[in-house]
Design a protein around this ligand. Sequence first.
Ligand code: SF4
Length: 55
Amino acid sequence: MAYKITDSCVACGTCIDECPVEAISAGDIYVIDADKCIECGTCAGVCPSEAIVAE
Ligand code: SF4
């Protein structure tokens, strides 16, 4: 189980610098690498669009 970025993402970039394991990649919609994610929840807490959810 990892965190996932949904279609609500507006690619603002807020989360990418907050991830301690650099699991987030930029794009039209940002993506979390489930193999790297340690499920800390930091990104979900900072996302202004509430686009990041636990799977
Ligand atoms: Fe990175 Fe933590 Fe978000 Fe996983 S939950 S992508 S480790 S900030």
